[in-house]
Design a protein around this ligand. Sequence first.
Ligand code: AMP
Length: 199
Amino acid sequence: MTSTRLLIVGPQGSGKGTQGIRIADTFGVPVVSTGDIFRANIKEGTDLGLQVKAITDAGDLVPDEVTFAIVKDRLEQPDAAEGFLLDGFPRNVAQVALLDEFLTGRGEALDAVIELNVPREESLKRIALRAQEQGRSDDTEAAIAHRLDIYERETAPILAVYRSSGIVDTIDGVGTLDEITERIVAALEARGLARTAAA
Ligand code: AMP
């Protein structure tokens, strides 16, 4: 049985959410997006939602233990047994260690890390557009700048960790949606990962 365990990394506005869905579809695995899980909980007014609303609105990171608990719970669902695409987790080096320990304990490892490269001006343009279209409560100017700073300071360093394992594919994130999807699929296929027949 082949498995496909993926992580997509990129700054806010890099298109990683959109590309993540397309790639997960193509390779027949579920998307596990911590941002989506937090937003759903906030919308439903759960305890978790109440706990994280102020943090996410400010563009700060939710504590590692809280975030890891929801990821662990999600990865233990049967549909993630043969693979998944992580979007938004891990987001700092401590979370890399938590994920690594969890996967190693199951005899698993990530197969590839997709790094979406987009210039900061392009990210800002795309987030401004999303703010108009979706009205996300954390897409205020201050929170956006703060999230991009956190990305550069805390998230970008996780790539060095994965680079040392030789699993990072750096993809140019500027182009049409289809062009970018094709670049990612080609990189993953070059690693021997197989798309599902239906895709
Ligand atoms: P995203 O949709 O990935 O941009 O996530 C939206 C918000 O959820 C972030 O700005 C954080 O406040 C929170 N969040 C998502 N993933 C994580 C994570 N791995 N660690 C901590 N906070 C997170």
